[in-house]
Design a binder for this molecule. Structure first.
Ligand code: SAM
Length: 232
Protein backbone atom coordinates (compact mmCIF):
# COMPACT_ATOMS: atom_id res chain seq x y z
CA UNK A 1 0.00 0.00 0.00
CA UNK A 2 1.79 3.17 -1.15
CA UNK A 3 1.29 6.47 0.63
CA UNK A 4 -1.39 7.77 -1.75
CA UNK A 5 -3.44 4.59 -1.41
CA UNK A 6 -2.90 4.64 2.36
CA UNK A 7 -4.26 8.20 2.53
CA UNK A 8 -7.32 7.21 0.45
CA UNK A 9 -8.05 4.19 2.61
CA UNK A 10 -7.59 6.16 5.83
CA UNK A 11 -10.05 8.76 4.54
CA UNK A 12 -12.50 5.95 3.71
CA UNK A 13 -12.30 4.92 7.37
CA UNK A 14 -13.52 8.45 8.18
CA UNK A 15 -10.21 9.52 9.74
CA UNK A 16 -9.03 13.09 9.22
CA UNK A 17 -5.24 13.42 9.08
CA UNK A 18 -2.69 16.23 8.87
CA UNK A 19 0.76 16.40 7.24
CA UNK A 20 2.26 16.33 10.74
CA UNK A 21 0.58 12.97 11.44
CA UNK A 22 1.89 11.50 8.17
CA UNK A 23 5.40 12.77 8.98
CA UNK A 24 5.24 11.14 12.42
CA UNK A 25 4.13 7.89 10.82
CA UNK A 26 7.06 8.01 8.39
CA UNK A 27 9.47 8.64 11.29
CA UNK A 28 7.91 5.71 13.16
CA UNK A 29 8.50 3.49 10.10
CA UNK A 30 12.15 4.54 9.97
CA UNK A 31 12.67 3.87 13.69
CA UNK A 32 10.95 0.49 13.41
CA UNK A 33 13.19 -0.60 10.55
CA UNK A 34 16.37 0.71 12.13
CA UNK A 35 15.70 -0.93 15.56
CA UNK A 36 14.51 -4.10 13.87
CA UNK A 37 18.09 -4.66 12.70
CA UNK A 38 19.18 -4.90 16.35
CA UNK A 39 16.13 -6.54 17.94
CA UNK A 40 13.22 -8.62 16.73
CA UNK A 41 10.26 -6.23 16.45
CA UNK A 42 8.49 -7.33 13.27
CA UNK A 43 8.83 -9.79 10.41
CA UNK A 44 7.13 -7.26 8.11
CA UNK A 45 9.67 -4.74 6.85
CA UNK A 46 8.80 -3.72 3.25
CA UNK A 47 7.43 -0.19 3.47
CA UNK A 48 4.20 -0.86 1.59
CA UNK A 49 3.57 -3.95 3.73
CA UNK A 50 4.15 -2.05 6.98
CA UNK A 51 1.73 0.67 5.86
CA UNK A 52 -0.93 -1.93 5.08
CA UNK A 53 -0.44 -4.71 7.63
CA UNK A 54 0.62 -2.63 10.63
CA UNK A 55 -0.43 1.02 10.14
CA UNK A 56 -3.70 0.70 8.21
CA UNK A 57 -4.62 -2.50 10.06
CA UNK A 58 -4.20 -0.73 13.44
CA UNK A 59 -6.51 2.08 12.32
CA UNK A 60 -9.34 -0.27 11.32
CA UNK A 61 -10.38 -0.26 14.98
CA UNK A 62 -12.35 2.92 14.15
CA UNK A 63 -14.88 0.63 12.46
CA UNK A 64 -16.12 -0.30 15.95
CA UNK A 65 -15.17 2.60 18.26
CA UNK A 66 -15.08 6.39 18.03
CA UNK A 67 -11.64 7.39 19.30
CA UNK A 68 -12.55 11.08 19.33
CA UNK A 69 -14.81 10.45 22.30
CA UNK A 70 -12.42 8.24 24.30
CA UNK A 71 -9.98 9.49 26.96
CA UNK A 72 -7.87 6.66 28.33
CA UNK A 73 -6.64 3.75 26.20
CA UNK A 74 -4.48 0.79 27.27
CA UNK A 75 -2.88 -1.40 24.58
CA UNK A 76 -2.03 -4.84 25.98
CA UNK A 77 0.79 -6.87 24.35
CA UNK A 78 1.55 -3.85 22.17
CA UNK A 79 4.85 -5.29 20.84
CA UNK A 80 6.36 -2.63 18.55
CA UNK A 81 3.33 -0.37 19.24
CA UNK A 82 0.40 -1.85 17.33
CA UNK A 83 -2.24 -0.60 17.43
CA UNK A 84 -1.33 1.83 20.29
CA UNK A 85 1.29 4.14 18.72
CA UNK A 86 -0.58 4.41 15.41
CA UNK A 87 -3.78 5.35 17.26
CA UNK A 88 -1.92 7.98 19.29
CA UNK A 89 -0.50 9.57 16.11
CA UNK A 90 -3.95 9.91 14.50
CA UNK A 91 -5.89 10.61 17.71
CA UNK A 92 -3.53 12.76 19.83
CA UNK A 93 -6.42 13.38 22.25
CA UNK A 94 -6.07 9.92 23.82
CA UNK A 95 -4.13 9.24 27.00
CA UNK A 96 -2.24 6.06 26.12
CA UNK A 97 -0.71 3.27 28.18
CA UNK A 98 1.36 0.64 26.37
CA UNK A 99 1.96 -2.68 28.15
CA UNK A 100 4.28 -5.48 27.06
CA UNK A 101 6.02 -8.35 28.83
CA UNK A 102 9.25 -7.86 26.84
CA UNK A 103 11.47 -5.07 28.13
CA UNK A 104 13.41 -4.55 24.89
CA UNK A 105 10.11 -3.68 23.15
CA UNK A 106 9.27 -1.22 25.94
CA UNK A 107 12.71 0.41 25.46
CA UNK A 108 11.99 0.80 21.75
CA UNK A 109 8.59 2.34 22.53
CA UNK A 110 10.08 4.81 25.02
CA UNK A 111 12.54 5.99 22.35
CA UNK A 112 9.74 6.21 19.78
CA UNK A 113 7.54 8.29 22.10
CA UNK A 114 10.42 10.73 22.66
CA UNK A 115 11.47 10.97 18.99
CA UNK A 116 7.90 11.50 17.77
CA UNK A 117 7.18 14.05 20.53
CA UNK A 118 4.14 12.12 21.68
CA UNK A 119 2.65 13.35 24.95
CA UNK A 120 0.53 11.52 27.53
CA UNK A 121 1.97 8.11 26.73
CA UNK A 122 3.11 5.70 29.47
CA UNK A 123 5.15 2.61 28.58
CA UNK A 124 4.90 -0.24 31.08
CA UNK A 125 7.06 -3.34 31.22
CA UNK A 126 4.71 -5.89 32.79
CA UNK A 127 2.66 -8.97 32.17
CA UNK A 128 -0.94 -7.97 31.52
CA UNK A 129 -2.38 -10.22 34.22
CA UNK A 130 -0.05 -8.67 36.84
CA UNK A 131 -0.56 -5.08 35.66
CA UNK A 132 -4.35 -5.63 35.85
CA UNK A 133 -4.20 -6.47 39.56
CA UNK A 134 -3.21 -2.89 40.46
CA UNK A 135 -5.03 -1.03 37.68
CA UNK A 136 -8.56 -2.34 37.88
CA UNK A 137 -11.38 -0.53 36.09
CA UNK A 138 -9.04 2.29 35.03
CA UNK A 139 -9.43 2.62 31.22
CA UNK A 140 -12.22 3.69 28.85
CA UNK A 141 -10.82 1.38 26.18
CA UNK A 142 -8.45 -1.59 26.24
CA UNK A 143 -7.08 -2.99 22.97
CA UNK A 144 -5.07 -6.09 22.04
CA UNK A 145 -3.95 -7.14 18.55
CA UNK A 146 -2.64 -10.65 17.93
CA UNK A 147 -1.82 -11.46 21.57
CA UNK A 148 -3.74 -14.57 22.73
CA UNK A 149 -6.99 -16.55 22.33
CA UNK A 150 -10.17 -14.64 23.16
CA UNK A 151 -10.93 -16.31 26.55
CA UNK A 152 -7.33 -15.62 27.69
CA UNK A 153 -7.40 -12.04 26.38
CA UNK A 154 -10.68 -11.37 28.15
CA UNK A 155 -9.14 -12.40 31.46
CA UNK A 156 -6.09 -10.16 30.87
CA UNK A 157 -8.04 -7.15 29.61
CA UNK A 158 -11.57 -6.90 31.04
CA UNK A 159 -10.45 -6.25 34.66
CA UNK A 160 -8.70 -3.11 33.32
CA UNK A 161 -11.84 -1.66 31.68
CA UNK A 162 -14.11 0.83 33.46
CA UNK A 163 -17.74 -0.25 33.85
CA UNK A 164 -19.52 0.82 30.59
CA UNK A 165 -16.13 0.99 28.82
CA UNK A 166 -14.92 -1.34 26.07
CA UNK A 167 -12.33 -3.96 25.23
CA UNK A 168 -11.61 -4.45 21.51
CA UNK A 169 -9.81 -7.62 20.37
CA UNK A 170 -8.22 -7.29 16.93
CA UNK A 171 -7.93 -10.77 15.46
CA UNK A 172 -7.57 -12.70 12.22
CA UNK A 173 -10.52 -15.03 12.47
CA UNK A 174 -12.00 -16.04 15.81
CA UNK A 175 -14.78 -18.30 17.05
CA UNK A 176 -16.56 -16.10 19.58
CA UNK A 177 -18.76 -18.98 20.77
CA UNK A 178 -15.76 -20.27 22.78
CA UNK A 179 -15.75 -17.11 24.91
CA UNK A 180 -19.20 -17.41 26.54
CA UNK A 181 -17.97 -18.64 29.90
CA UNK A 182 -15.19 -16.01 30.10
CA UNK A 183 -17.65 -13.23 29.27
CA UNK A 184 -20.04 -14.38 32.02
CA UNK A 185 -17.38 -14.71 34.68
CA UNK A 186 -15.66 -11.41 33.82
CA UNK A 187 -18.86 -9.33 33.33
CA UNK A 188 -18.51 -8.54 29.65
CA UNK A 189 -20.85 -8.73 26.67
CA UNK A 190 -19.90 -8.80 22.96
CA UNK A 191 -21.90 -6.03 21.34
CA UNK A 192 -20.11 -5.87 17.96
CA UNK A 193 -18.42 -8.65 15.97
CA UNK A 194 -17.18 -6.99 12.78
CA UNK A 195 -15.60 -9.26 10.16
CA UNK A 196 -13.95 -7.85 7.05
CA UNK A 197 -11.09 -8.44 4.63
CA UNK A 198 -7.91 -6.38 4.77
CA UNK A 199 -7.88 -4.47 1.45
CA UNK A 200 -5.57 -5.66 -1.35
CA UNK A 201 -4.29 -8.80 0.34
CA UNK A 202 -7.75 -10.02 1.44
CA UNK A 203 -6.84 -11.76 4.70
CA UNK A 204 -9.54 -12.18 7.35
CA UNK A 205 -9.93 -9.64 10.11
CA UNK A 206 -12.29 -9.65 13.09
CA UNK A 207 -12.89 -6.79 15.50
CA UNK A 208 -14.62 -8.02 18.62
CA UNK A 209 -15.98 -5.23 20.79
CA UNK A 210 -16.81 -6.22 24.37
CA UNK A 211 -18.75 -3.92 26.66
CA UNK A 212 -18.02 -4.11 30.38
CA UNK A 213 -21.33 -4.55 32.15
CA UNK A 214 -20.30 -4.74 35.81
CA UNK A 215 -17.17 -4.71 37.93
CA UNK A 216 -15.06 -7.83 37.41
CA UNK A 217 -14.83 -10.21 40.36
CA UNK A 218 -11.57 -9.58 42.27
CA UNK A 219 -10.51 -13.19 41.82
CA UNK A 220 -9.68 -12.32 38.16
CA UNK A 221 -7.20 -12.18 36.54
CA UNK A 222 -5.70 -15.34 37.98
CA UNK A 223 -1.98 -16.16 37.83
CA UNK A 224 -0.61 -16.90 34.35
CA UNK A 225 0.00 -20.59 35.18
CA UNK A 226 -3.67 -20.93 36.17
CA UNK A 227 -4.96 -19.02 33.10
CA UNK A 228 -2.86 -21.26 30.86
CA UNK A 229 -3.82 -24.50 32.58
CA UNK A 230 -7.53 -23.72 32.90
CA UNK A 231 -8.65 -20.99 30.45
CA UNK A 232 -12.15 -19.76 31.30
N1 SAM B 1 0.16 -6.17 19.32
C1 SAM B 1 1.38 -6.25 18.54
C2 SAM B 1 1.07 -6.38 17.06
O1 SAM B 1 -0.11 -6.54 16.72
O2 SAM B 1 2.02 -6.33 16.24
C3 SAM B 1 2.29 -7.38 19.02
C4 SAM B 1 1.78 -8.76 18.76
S1 SAM B 1 2.95 -9.99 19.27
C5 SAM B 1 2.44 -11.37 18.32
C6 SAM B 1 2.39 -10.37 20.93
C7 SAM B 1 2.97 -9.44 21.97
O3 SAM B 1 2.25 -9.66 23.18
C8 SAM B 1 4.44 -9.67 22.27
O4 SAM B 1 5.13 -8.43 22.21
C9 SAM B 1 4.45 -10.26 23.68
O5 SAM B 1 5.60 -9.88 24.42
C10 SAM B 1 3.17 -9.68 24.26
N2 SAM B 1 2.52 -10.48 25.31
C11 SAM B 1 2.11 -11.77 25.24
N3 SAM B 1 1.52 -12.15 26.40
C12 SAM B 1 1.58 -11.05 27.23
C13 SAM B 1 1.14 -10.81 28.56
N4 SAM B 1 0.54 -11.74 29.29
N5 SAM B 1 1.34 -9.57 29.06
C14 SAM B 1 1.96 -8.61 28.34
N6 SAM B 1 2.39 -8.79 27.08
C15 SAM B 1 2.21 -9.99 26.52
Amino acid sequence: MNLDVFKDEVSKLGIKYTDDMLEKLEKYYELLISYNEKMNLTAITEKEDVYLKHFYDSLTIVKVIDLNSINSVCDIGTGAGFPGIVLKIFFPNIELTLVDALNKRINFLETTVLKLNLTNVTCVHARAEEYALKNREKFDLVTARAVASLPVLLEYCLPLVKVSGYFVAMKGSEDISLAGNALNKLSGEIDINNKFLLPFENSNRTLIRVKKINKTDKKFPRKFSEIKKRPL
